[in-house]
Write a protein that binds this ligand. Structure first.
Ligand code: ATP
Ligand code: MG
Length: 519
């Protein structure tokens, strides 16, 4: 669990680990290790104790790794927060996690100070994630980065299984974000499982990862920072996603392996600016967090001559549970179950369905969370007595053990007696030349007492948002799908599909639009 310090893979201390994708400045593996242990010493001096929580509230930076590893080395739990949060949202996370210290960037400082005040955290426990002092807030490097290193707190195996290392919050797609208690062992397991399962996918000597997804989300935290440090793969860090700087960083730093999300795939498939950059260095784009269709995978693979891999995971599974093995990549599939895990697909009564049939995915393994923070009831509803986490996602497993995600149970649209998966219609619409982006929701029609599938569509620049365009789309979909999946709820044109930084469609916002229209 403290692999960064014990360095079991004998990574050279001089190897660049965290590279700033804009300035090119970097921290070597040895610097990350040493700074983390100095940070651990600084926390100790400050009175931060075993079991305390520290909140990091910032966009991605190379030092993110130092605060992460230093906090867990001090026996604490790191709770990374979404830098887009309002003071109220951050206050909730600070209170839920009982954070002792908050580290904020210059951009997020004002919100952090307000939230800390609301949560009763003194200003002297708020630090800047920077070398500067702003408004009397000290840089963490001055107060919390001691001159001397201090050994990491040690755990027995049992302690590593039961001690919280990270308190990430779920994306809040289906309701309020939930704090997820992730142990040292959960993370260590997921890293080992991933490394074993994808042996040969990563070339440790030459590969370079891109850290463009937010590190506050478990996808960025584990698959970017942890995996890079575990394997000794340099990670090129960008503060946030923006198409031009993303493409430029890949080309400049010769990134070979990019963990991204479906909204970025849509741009890679469709945006005209993409071909202006030399992306020949990329071997693989890896997708997670939301459905990536076969069609979109193929479009990107062909346009950029790259391999496309899709995994699946949840905050609750630290996060990865499925990903393809290199010798067997099937576009549209999430690949195979990671070693050490068990999974079932069950019907509504909890009975296993036959291969090829749809049902809810349940899974168990050493990477499944300890539980939801302060929510024993929600934990008991989600993890059953046999240790299976009920994912809330509809999946299919084929005879040859390939897994597919259909959609979330909660997102399925009920048209009369039939079910319609938004992801399937979205995948179809994205193949249309006129469609830059799209999302499907169900809108309730009281006159028929049923939900109807409606498409929200962002058109490609220059295409007219007219009734004729809408009709052409509706007619075209009707020709390709079964009767119950037709766009009976109509088409609405929209400037941008609302999405989270972690890559999910914010259907709640579209439902709001639909409700306003009804009024
Ligand atoms: P919340 O639980 O707070 O409502 P969330 O489920 O979106 O939000 P995360 O833990 O970030 O929070 O996301 C996990 C979910 O993301 C999965 O349950 C699944 O619905 C979706 N997901 C992840 N990977 C894929 C994938 N490859 N295909 C389809 N869906 C995916
Ligand atoms: Mg969830």
């Amino acid at each position: 669990w403290h692999y960064v310090f014990s360095n079991p893979n004998n990574i050279s201390l001089d190897k660049p680990l965290m590279i700033d994708g804009i300035t090119g400045n970097h921290l070597t593996y040895g610097q990350v290790k040493s700074n983390s242990l100095r940070f651990r010493a600084g926390l100790h001096k400050f009175g931060f104790k075993k079991g305390d929580a520290l909140c990091l509230f910032s966009q991605n930076k190379v030092d993110y790794a130092v605060v992460m590893f230093g906090t867990v080395a001090a026996g604490g739990a790191l709770t990374p927060a979404n830098p887009a949060y309002t003071a109220k949202e951050l206050q909730y996370q600070l209170e839920q996690t009982k954070s002792k210290i908050v580290i904020a960037s210059a951009e997020t400082l004002a919100v952090a100070l307000e939230a800390a005040k609301l949560a009763g955290i003194p200003k002297s426990n708020v630090f800047l994630f920077d070398d500067r002092e702003i408004d009397g807030v000290q840089p963490y490097t001055k107060v919390l980065l001691a001159d001397q290193e201090m050994e990491a707190v040690e755990y027995t195996y049992e302690e590593a299984c039961s001690t919280i290392a990270y308190l990430c919050f779920s994306s809040g797609t289906t309701g309020r974000s939930k704090g997820v208690m992730t142990s040292h062992m959960n993370i260590a397991s997921n890293l080992t499982q991933l490394s074993q399962h994808t042996k040969g996918t990563v070339d440790v000597a030459t590969d370079r990862y891109l850290g463009v997804l937010p590190f506050y989300h478990i996808y960025g935290l584990t698959c970017m920072i942890h995996l890079a440090a575990f394997q000794g793969t340099p990670l090129v860090v960008l503060p946030r996603f923006e198409l031009a700087s993303f493409l430029n960083a890949i080309a400049t730093h010769r990134v070979t392996f990019c963990h991204i999300v479906p909204p970025i795939f849509i741009l890679l498939a469709k945006d005209p600016s993409v071909t202006k950059y030399d992306l020949s260095c990329v071997r693989y784009f890896w997708s997670g967090a939301a459905p990536l269709s076969k069609e979109l995978s193929e479009a990107v693979a062909q346009r950029l001559n790259v391999g496309v891999l899709q995994g699946y995971g949840m905050t609750e599974s630290s996060p990865v549970s499925h990903t393809p093995i290199l010798s067997n990549i099937i576009n549209g599939s999430i690949g195979e179950l990671l070693p050490g895990m068990k999974a079932r697909i069950v019907d509504e009564s909890g009975k296993d369905v036959a291969p090829g049939e749809r049902g809810e995915l349940w899974m168990a393994g050493p990477n499944i969370m300890l539980g939801y923070l302060n929510m024993p009831d929600a934990t008991a509803e989600t993890i059953d007595k046999d240790g299976y986490l009920h994912t809330g996602d509809v999946a299919i497993m084929t005879e040859d053990k390939q897994w597919y995600i259909v959609d979330r149970v909660k997102e399925l649209i009920k048209y009369k007696g039939f079910q319609v998966a938004p992801a399937e219609l979205e995948a179809l619409l994205l193949t249309y030349e006129n469609v830059a982006d799209c999302a499907i929701i169900g809108v309730y029609d009281p006159s028929q007492a049923t939900e109807l599938p409606r498409a929200y569509i962002k058109l490609v620049l220059g295409v007219e948002a007219s009734d004729a365009t809408a009709k052409a789309i509706i007619d075209s979909v009707a020709k390709s799908v079964a009767n119950h999946k037709k766009l009976r709820g109509g088409v609405r044109f929209i400037a941008e599909i609302p999405k989270s930084a972690a890559g999910k469609i914010l259907r709640k916002e579209l439902r709001e639009l639909a409700n306003q229209e009804m009024k």
